[in-house]
Write a protein that binds this ligand. Structure first.
Ligand code: EPZ
Length: 415
């Protein structure tokens, strides 16, 4: 039952509400460790990565309550104990607990976090930044221990933009002594949401959304209530599904102000988008007879998390195109699987060249979150029946994708 069977060829019609952002929820849940008392996080998506994060918080002694998408975290009884490796190992975002735990308890031991197959996902810059802020770190093959009597602000000149390093540095800096400057800082909406949440709790952060963050440490943060913004990548995924399967779908709550690069490219590639007060109406038109080129990059450039779904759109377009992946070194894992469905894609270095093709049903394997979602999208458009295995990868980031797509008229079932 860790698969989904999809009967392709059906258009999508109807509306779906876009869930809260996974990549905003995870650092904000980690940030609750910095705050004594109860924080209330609204619109927290019901996905397995959030489940694992809440499990990690509980393992640290936090009291966690969940009512649908409202999560309450009380950290008064935070105890210093090791985190369950089965949760740390499966979720890279566990690294985000490092800065917050250090700020609160002064000592953290944890296994190297897991991740997925899209890249090595090293944490060298995370550890380098912490060392600059007064943290002593001892490493061995499988785990590391970090200790800091007092965290000190520092100027963190990073060699390139990293979302996770920016988040960890913010979480380490907000209670540190003195001022921390992070540059270049990541500008993603998820970073802006983290800064907003921390500012609600009393943190002193300037430059949110820019490539230079200045954080002045304070003595204490206070419980806050915050609503997670809608997930721009989930919205982009359903947009891509409509473009590939055809039809007309209303994406309620889609965070259009965070989706400019994706929406611009989607219209160039044939989508019609009507902007409403509470979302967007997407009509998946015939694909434009234009050869498209795409290059991923840091926000506000085209997001790497949308690369795989747009690869499917290109494969179904009249003229195909090419995609350059500049963020992760191994993010073309779905190419062999799409080729099994009849796609004609070749990869040279960090660029995939996609020819126009007709897709047919096949049994294909998801190997990571966004690639798995892209295989589902391909199967919706393919002629015949497909089975996408390893559905658990998709469940990491999408609330019940089978139910949502079925409600939009797709024909699919758990298998
Ligand atoms: C975050 O990953 C997201 N994950 C990713 O989304 C997203 O694709 C990525 O940012 C880029 O936008 C979460 O927010 C949980 P990075 P992160 O650090 O922080 C290298 C999804 O599908 N690097 O910005 O891990 C790294 O290898 C996921 O939701 C180092 O070399 O990404 C990569 O090549 C997938 N050393 C580049 O930086 C380090 O210490 C950018 O990665 C850290 C990163």
């Amino acid at each position: 039952m860790d698969a989904v069977r999809i009967y392709g060829g059906k258009c999508l019609e109807g509306q779906t509400t876009i869930q809260g952002s996974k990549n905003a929820s995870l650092p904000i849940l980690a940030a609750t460790l910095l705050i004594e008392g109860t924080c209330e996080i609204e619109n927290c998506p019901e996905i397995s990565d959030v489940y694992h994060m809440l499990r990690l918080l509980k393992s640290l002694g936090c009291k966690v309550e969940r009512e649908g998408t409202l999560v309450r975290v009380n950290t008064e009884k935070l105890s210093e104990c090791d985190m369950p490796s089965d949760s740390v190992g499966v979720m890279r975002s566990s690294i985000m607990l490092l800065g917050a735990l250090l700020a609160r308890t002064g000592r953290v031991c944890m296994e190297y976090p897991g991740g997925c197959v899209i890249g090595q996902r090293p944490i060298n810059l995370h550890l380098q930044s912490l060392r600059k802020m007064g943290v002593v770190i001892e490493e061995n093959e499988t785990e590391f221990c970090a200790e800091a009597a007092k965290l000190k602000g520092a100027v963190l000149n990073l060699p390139f933009v990293s979302v996770g390093v920016t988040e960890n540095a913010i979480l380490t800096a907000v209670l540190a002594e003195g001022e921390t400057i992070i540059k270049p800082a990541a500008r993603e909406p998820e970073i802006q949401a983290l800064c907003e949440f921390l500012q609600c709790a009393g943190a002193k952060i300037e430059g949110s959304g820019s490539d230079c963050l200045t954080i002045r440490g304070v003595n204490r943060l206070y419980p806050a209530r915050y609503r997670i913004p809608a997930d721009r990548i989930v919205a982009g995924t359903y947009l891509s599904a409509c473009m590939c399967a055809g039809g007309r779908v209303f994406l309620r709550d889609a965070p259009v102000h965070h989706m400019e690069s994706v929406l611009t490219r989607a219209v160039e590639m044939g989508a019609a988008i009507d902007y409403e007060a509470d979302g967007i109406l997407v009509t998946g038109r015939d694909h434009r007879a234009v050869c498209h080129t795409l290059s991923t990059g840091c926000y506000p450039a085209f997001p790497t998390d949308m690369q795989s779904p747009f690869m499917v759109i290109m494969a179904l377009s009249d003229q195909g195109g090419s995609i350059e992946e500049t963020v992760f070194e191994n993010r073309f894992r779905i190419v062999p699987e799409l080729c099994r469905m009849g796609a004609d894609i070749t990869v040279h270095g960090n660029t995939a060249y996609i020819s126009s093709s007709k897709l047919h049903g096949a049994i294909v394997q998801a190997e990571e979150l966004r690639g798995g979602a892209a295989l589902v999208i391909a199967a919706l458009a393919a002629e015949g029946t497909s089975i996408v295995t390893n559905r658990h990868y998709i469940d990491r980031g999408y609330e019940d994708i089978v139910l949502s797509l079925r409600q939009l008229g797709a024909s699919l079932e758990l298998a």
